[in-house]
Design a protein around this ligand. Structure first.
Ligand code: ZN
Length: 220
């Protein structure tokens, strides 16, 4: 018992006080939280999955200012603090400080923007309403892992929330104002639904997992 408490204390001190100081040498830093920028799930910080390159942190801060009053930016998995090439499972590409997942923005049943989310983890609740069904296409081609995030919700919450076409479009177009953004991955049916035309908004391929439960952002 005593040893367990000691271990937890040591882990917390390392996570919140030691690692943030050391990562400077690896060119990464913790995502700076503010009134408008917080993780969707507190475990992201507790498990050190919240590290990015400083440029990405700056883009996030700018983005938060561009969003309409009352809309909060909620982030999901970023990268681990150290070493390029060490993936943040299950995201194989989140290994260099340049990748970040963002939560969608939702509205309540009255159409009022909400900062709540639809699953405890922030992943696994898909927004398919029609159009190009990439999930079926990928699975028919043998990529059975494509909708694997459905097992990663850690519980569904707030079932009345509705995907906000208006605010997710604003979010993505605000991100695209930065020329440091290299790619944004969302499912093709969402790109069509939001009328996004920028070529940096792409389909990530069947080897990955479906991206109609969150937005993947990567910088150059
Ligand atoms: Zn991602």
């Amino acid at each position: 018992m005593y040893q367990s408490i000691l271990f937890i204390l040591l882990y917390l001190v390392t996570t919140f006080f030691v690692i943030p100081k050391v990562t400077v040498f690896f060119g990464r830093e913790r995502i700076t939280n503010s009134k408008n920028i917080t993780p969707t799930n507190f475990m992201t910080e507790l498990l050190n999955r919240n590290y990015v390159k400083p440029e990405l942190n700056i883009i996030l801060q700018e983005l938060a200012h561009k969003l309409p009053e009352g809309v909060e930016l909620k982030y999901l998995d970023a990268n681990f603090p150290f070493f390029n090439g060490f993936p943040l499972l299950p995201h194989l590409s989140h290994n260099d400080g340049k990748k970040l997942d963002l939560s969608f923005i939702y509205e309540d049943k009255n159409g009022i923007v909400s900062n709540l989310k639809k699953s405890n983890s922030g992943y696994g609740i898909f927004e398919y309403k029609g159009g190009n069904n990439q999930n079926d296409i990928c699975k028919q081609n043998g990529y059975y892992q494509y909708d694997f995030p459905k097992y990663l919700t850690f519980g569904r919450i707030n079932p009345d929330l509705v995907f906000s076409e208006k605010y997710n479009k604003i979010l993505i177009e605000s991100l695209l104002e930065s020329n440091k953004i290299e790619k944004i991955f969302i499912e093709p049916h969402l790109k069509a639904r939001l009328h996004l035309t920028d070529s940096r908004v792409r389909f990530q391929g069947c080897r990955s997992v479906r991206h109609d439960d969150h937005i993947h952002v990567q910088i150059k």
